[in-house]
Every structure is written in C-alpha cells, then in structure tokens.
Design a protein around this ligand. Sequence first.
Ligand code: ASP
Length: 439
Amino acid sequence: MMKNIPLHWQILIGMLLGVLVGLAALQFSNGNVFVINWVKPFGTIFINLLKLMAIPLIISSLIKGVSDLKDLSSLSKLGLRTISIYIITTIIAISVGLVVVNTIKPGHFVNETTREELMASFGKDAADKQTAAEETKSKGPLQMLVDIVPDNIFGAASSNGNMLQVIFFVIFFGIGLILIPTEASAPVKAFFDAFNEVILKMIDLVMLVAPYGVFALMAALVAESPGMDIFTALGAYALTVILGLAILLFVIYPIGVKLFTGKSPVFFLKNISPAQLVAFSTSSSAATLPVTMERVEEHLGVDRQVTSFVCPVGATINMDGTSLYQGVAAVFISQAFGHDVTFGEQMTIIFTALLASIGSAAVPGAGLLMLVIVLESIGVSPAGLALIFAIDRPLDMLRTSVNVTGDAFVAMVVAKSVGKLGDPHVKEWDDTYHAKSEK
Ligand code: ASP
C-alpha cells in the first residue's frame, strides 16, 4: 500500500503514527510498559541494523573512493578542501547560535526557584557527564590527535565510537593501494568494489523497514518521555536552540546551496529529508550515515568518490547543529547563573565549540558531554549541565538532523568545486526493490 508514496512521506507517516501510539499508550496504566516491551525492541533492531552497516560501509566506500582518485595530490586537495569547508560552516553555525542567544537571552527567563529545582533533580546526571568529560580532557592537549591513530584495527573497528580511527586506517590503506602498481592493486580494488555493492544493497534492504523502525522509535520515545512541566521552564532556551537550527536549515543552507552549487534549495531539502528524519528518530549521525550517503549520491547527484570521502568524515567531525547548540547552551547556562557573557568569552566559545563539536562522537547525547569543555573555557561550572539535562533529548534529535544536513550540504559544495556534481539518479530504493518483486 505504501509502495507509491515517496520515502520521506513513508518515514514521516511512520513517525507520526509512532507519536500517536506513544501518546495513546500513556492514557493506559502500564501502557508505557507495553510499548517498552513490545514496540521499542523493533526500534532498537532498526538502529542496530543501521549501526551494523556503518563500519563496513566506511571501509568499502572509502577504500573505493580513495583508490579511485589515482594520485595523492587529488586526495590531499579533496581532503583539505573538505576539512576547510567543514570548519567554516561550523564557525558560521556557532555564530548564528550566539547571535540568537544574545538576542533572546533565554537565561533571564529562569528564576531562582526553577534553577534550584533543576540543579537538585539533575545534579547527579550532570556530575556523571562531568566525570566522563574530565576523563577525555585530562590527557593533554594533543590527545585528540593521538586518539585518531589506532594501535589495532580490529580494536578500532569494534566500536562505532571509534569511527575516526577506522577512517584513518582506511585512508592510509587507500594511499597504499594508490602507491602500488596497478596490476597488483587491481584484484584488491575489484574485491572492495564488489564488497561496496553488496553493502549498498544491504542498506537498501534495511531502508525498506525504515518507516516501521522510526514508528517504533518514536512510540518508545513518547512513552518514556518525562512530564511536560520541564518544557515550560526551559521553553525559552529550547526555542532559542530551535530558532538557531531553523535559521541554519531554512536560511543558511538554502542560500549556500543556491550560491555555491546552483541547485534549488527545495531540491536539496526534499532529497535530503529521509536522512533528516532518520537522524531525528535515531539521534545519531553515525547510525544515519548509510542513509545520508545514499541520499547524497543517488538523490543529490554527488559523485560516489566525493560522497564516500566527505560523508563519513563529516558524520564524525562536522556537527553544525551540535556546535550551534553548544554555543547557545553555554551562554544560556551562564545567563541563568546571573552572568552575561562578554565579547571575549563569546570568541572563546566559537573556538572551543568548534573543537568540542569535532570531538563529539556521532552518537546520542555526545554534544551534551562535550559541552563541559565549552563551559569550563568561559569559567562556568559544568554543574550547570543540570539546567538543560531534562530537555536535551528532543534538542539532540533536532541538532542531529541539522548535523547530517550540513554534511550533505558540504558534500555538494565540494563536489561542485571539483566538477563532480551531476544529476541525481532519481532512483528510490524501494522502486528498485518493488520493480523486482513485482515481476
Ligand atoms: N547526537 C549528535 C549526532 O550524532 C551528537 C550530539 O549529541 O550533538 O550527530
């Protein structure tokens, strides 16, 4: 029945029905237990399937992408360009966040009582995050660099949190492949090309269940959500983050798409929307990566070579939504403690939020953890995390959608700049599948 509906509508319908089922479950005593026992597992299976594809996809597509480049100078050109554009978009994102938060000043809406209540309820959760962040930080300034280089490839590939390590190994492998004679590299290349095809087909199959997967995820999320009171107390803060993200999504990216790629903003937003919706439902750029890559390559017309390099790197280091949120949250917490952030401190925020967003893993809640670094850089106690803890999940969902949109945007810009932005293949996954099954 859903066959002829475009994928983004199918996913959206799945999400809405999920919300309705979650809300309905809340009307019954133990309704939420039912959803958690009988619906949520399907959502977990869906996320697991997506995560399962992430590492094999990075390995196969990046080896293919790098080795297709044929020489090292094209690789370093692509690499430098990608990373520079990622840094520029992130700085723009943080600046948008800072402008919005300085205009609305959401911290002034939090009164003494609410602040104390929140600190009392979420102080412990905040302290846990703080300890986790301390561990990352206590290892010295170059630790981030050390962490990129794994000492064992199987160790690195055993956790999706180590994606950057896997990327390092695979690019290194690709470089080796470029440097050996073509006769010697041909079988390895042929193997990985075919391997890549298989992985992409497996992702096609996973995407067939996406509408059902997001249904289960949303139902569980609603059934498990805390009460509404928190939202009223933190409404101004949440709205500030949402406004900032909306400006990125509906103003900055569309203008950028038009200006730098010549494509229409509607074309961009429409074709990337399934990835946005999956990002929203999973709160993880890493889990969304297979979908992002498929959309970017087949629907936005970015050459596979560029997609396979720009997207995996972007999912791990480019987080426009997260960096914007970190800027807003840092200023908000500071304001709520009665301290308006100075201009110099805002500059520090731009710098530290850039690093913190690069350092945030592409998994749920990572942005909140790394916020500790931003807070400390401007002398605000990280215990302030308690103020925003309760409302972090919905904001995480939104910022993750923006994160993947930013990756797709940069993929298009990079592709255009190296002459590799073409027309999309306009092939829906389900179309290919159904075409076969109907025969
Ligand atoms: N969940 C986000 C992501 O995966 C990271 C964050 O917590 O901001 O992109």
